[in-house]
Design a protein around this ligand. Structure first.
Ligand code: AP5
Length: 217
């Protein structure tokens, strides 16, 4: 069983790597961003509350996020292990996760931090699009599907771009990352489970580094 957090600023490659790790280890990606976007598409109460905050690049309230994760972590497909992507994002969320895992008698194996320079993050996010079916991330210039117009992972042919992927919102997301999420680094460093990886490398190199971290745990 592998229980992992992928941590890093917006555009660092968390979603890209989570999809690859899902396939390799047969564990599930739990992306709070994807869950929230599904709520927005469904027009649920959570979606209605979250949409404006997401569009502005602000964080959605901790209580909404923790309730969503605590429901999801109960599902049978999480038994083999999970890759948390985009959660936790604040110290209260990390504390709530500790409580949930303790209650379920599970442990976090590793927290992997992907580091990428701000200029590169903005460039990655502005060129990003993703598979409308499975959510796999692509990029206009540096990460195209192997067969043009066909998702490498699920074969779907529909792609979409996110409403919050614009330069202004990215700046707000970065500000929130440094203000509210970066304090998680000392939190997990103290627990001895944080590992840092150069997210500026190409995606295959980053995957290989993460695998080394997981397999050498
Ligand atoms: P969320 O969906 O989590 O977005 P994010 O953290 O901002 O991260 P991204 O999905 O933008 O980036 P990523 O690291 O996954 O990068 P990707 O792999 O796509 O959150 C969205 C919003 O929801 C938040 O702003 C907030 O409002 C709300 N929210 C979500 N969770 C929350 C929480 N826990 N608490 C409160 N609010 C929450 O890669 C980016 C691009 O780069 C792609 O085009 C990809 O193809 C390319 N790329 C990837 N790797 C490489 C590489 N190595 N080299 C070159 N290009 C690469």
């Amino acid at each position: 069983m592998t229980n992992l957090i992928l941590l890093g600023p917006p555009g660092a490659g968390k979603g890209t790597q989570a999809k690859r790790l899902e396939q390799r280890y047969r564990i599930v990606q739990l992306s709070t961003g994807d869950m929230l976007r599904a709520h927005v598409r469904d027009g649920s109460e959570i979606g209605k509350q979250a949409k404006a905050m997401m569009d502005r690049g602000e964080l959605v309230h901790d209580n909404v996020i923790v309730a969503m994760i605590s429901d999801r972590i109960e599902q049978p497909d999480v038994e083999r292990g999970f890759i948390l992507d985009g959660f936790p994002r604040t110290v209260p969320q990390a504390q709530a996760l500790d409580g949930l895992l303790k209650w379920k008698r599970r442990e976090l194996d590793r927290v992997v931090l992907l580091t990428v320079k701000d200029d590169e993050l903005v460039e990655r996010i502005s060129g990003r699009y993703s598979c409308a079916n499975c959510g796999a991330s692509y990029h206009d210039a540096n990460m195209k599907p192997k067969v043009p117009g066909v998702c490498d992972f699920c074969g779907a042919k529909d792609f979409r771009r996110r409403a919050d992927d614009n330069a202004e919102t990215v700046r707000e997301r970065l500000k929130n990352y440094y203000g509210q999420t970066a304090p998680l680094l000392p939190y997990y460093r103290e627990k001895g489970i944080l590992r840092e990886i150069d997210g500026m490398a190409d995606a295959d190199t980053v995957t290989a580094q993460i695998i080394k971290v997981i397999d050498g745990k």
